[in-house]
Design a protein around this ligand. Structure first.
Ligand SMILES: [Zn+2]
Length: 394
């Protein structure tokens, strides 16, 4: 055969046996072995059959990756595999397999590959009948472990998504609520690098066809610019995630009533209702005129300052009564849960520390798994769509 790496002839050196682990135990097979003098031994069958270097069949690799990605830890993943499939893999095999697959995913995404055919989501309509597409981006810290187990600076993982949420309650047809459609990208990327990845997913689901684009973020550094830059329509709507803003008010209420939980809850509810019904500017004005106690503990002063700063900075994206009247989402479960479920849940557990490559790889596995139904399958069935080779000029 011709060596695929260097193009030189590689001679056949007989058949070699191999026994990877499959879902029903070890599978023994023989395949042709070639030797290239420059590159070494080659077994082209393995690559064609998608048999990885870890000696797992594709089905076992897929299941090990799923377990490694969804369980609380790789050790729990190994337990799950044994319990549910009778598959006995060590914790480190589950970990390395999951990370291999994550690295493969990252490389495919970097090469512009998407999974499955292009689709066009049926974008849901707002109160004025316009179809609306949503994007979100969020950052979450991960604790890192440096070489040799030394503590290292935490890296930010970004989670970004394009999604199509069900309409708000009042405009939902009777019957079961339609599911949220979402696609996520996640990893230890620089924020600028997430943009092209998210835009590619957005293009894959026909975001261009939606009449209106809404970007929801939590006010984190650079996220608004990210949305403007990557989803550059003049009428792009920027909304500050309502639940994030509300969490500031909840903390303020607790600082005001540190010893009275019921009073804190009641106060938080009142302020959050004000925020929802009157918006950020009015809420901020009301808080500035509030009859604060004459002597304030440091915690209360600090939280008042935090609210002041956060609201003043984001007030232009806190016009919640208007957004609700338009029938837009002001903070959906998707935004709330993107970081928690895609990355946070798995990467931020107590005592978890990550090597940089491991965290990055796992982010990819989880983003794929949490994305809409069909994405996980398309990746494993090698339904990889290449980017157009020729750029069309308009
Ligand atoms: Zn070669």
């Amino acid at each position: 055969m011709t060596c695929p790496r260097c193009g030189q002839a590689a001679a056949y050196h007989g058949d070699r046996e191999r026994s990877p682990l499959g879902l029903f135990g070890p599978i023994r097979y023989r395949r042709a072995y070639y030797y290239c003098r420059r590159c070494g031994g080659l077994c082209p069958f393995d690559a064609r059959a998608h048999l990885s270097a870890r000696a797992l069949t594709p089905a076992a690799e897929r299941l090990a990756t799923l377990a490694g990605g969804v369980a609380d830890s790789f050790g729990k993943g190994a337990d799950l595999l044994r319990e549910m499939a009778g598959l006995r893999l060590s914790e480190s095999t589950v970990e390395r397999t999951t990370e291999d697959v994550g690295a493969r995913l990252a490389a495919l995404l970097a090469a512009g590959i998407t999974f499955g055919p292009p689709v066009r989501w049926d974008w849901r309509r707002d109160a004025r009948g316009r179809t609306v597409a949503y994007v979100t981006v969020d950052a979450t810290g991960t604790r890192q472990q440096g070489p040799g187990g030394a503590a290292a600076e935490g890296r930010m993982a970004y989670v970004a998504g394009v999604y199509n949420p069900p309409p708000a309650d009042g405009r939902r047809p009777a019957g079961a609520a339609p599911a949220v459609q979402a696609r996520y990208v996640a990893g230890l990327y620089g924020l600028a690098d997430v943009g092209p990845l998210l835009r590619r997913q957005a293009a894959q689901v026909g975001m261009e066809a939606a009449e209106l684009w809404v970007a929801l973020t939590d006010g984190g550094s650079g996220l608004e610019d990210f949305a403007r830059h990557n989803f550059n329509r003049p009428d792009l709507v920027l909304i500050l995630d309502f639940y994030h803003a509300a969490s500031y008010l909840e903390k303020l209420a607790r600082a005001l009533h540190p010893a009275d939980e019921a009073a804190a809850v009641a106060q938080a509810r009142q302020w959050c209702q004000l925020l929802q019904e009157e918006g950020g500017a009015t809420t901020l004005a009301v808080l500035r005129e509030w009859a604060w106690p004459a002597r304030q503990p440091a915690a209360l002063r600090a939280q008042r300052a935090a609210v002041e700063e956060y609201f003043a900075k984001n007030v232009h994206r806190m016009e919640y009564p208007e957004y609700r009247a338009e029938g837009w989402q002001i903070g959906s479960g998707v935004v709330e849960s993107a970081c928690k479920t895609v990355v946070g849940q798995r990467l931020k557990g107590a005592g978890k520390r990550w090597g940089e490559d491991g965290a990055h790889a796992l982010c990819h596995v989880r983003a794929l798994y949490r994305s809409e139904k069909g994405q996980w399958e398309a990746f494993w069935q090698h339904q990889h769509a290449s980017p157009p080779a020729v750029q069309q000029l308009n």
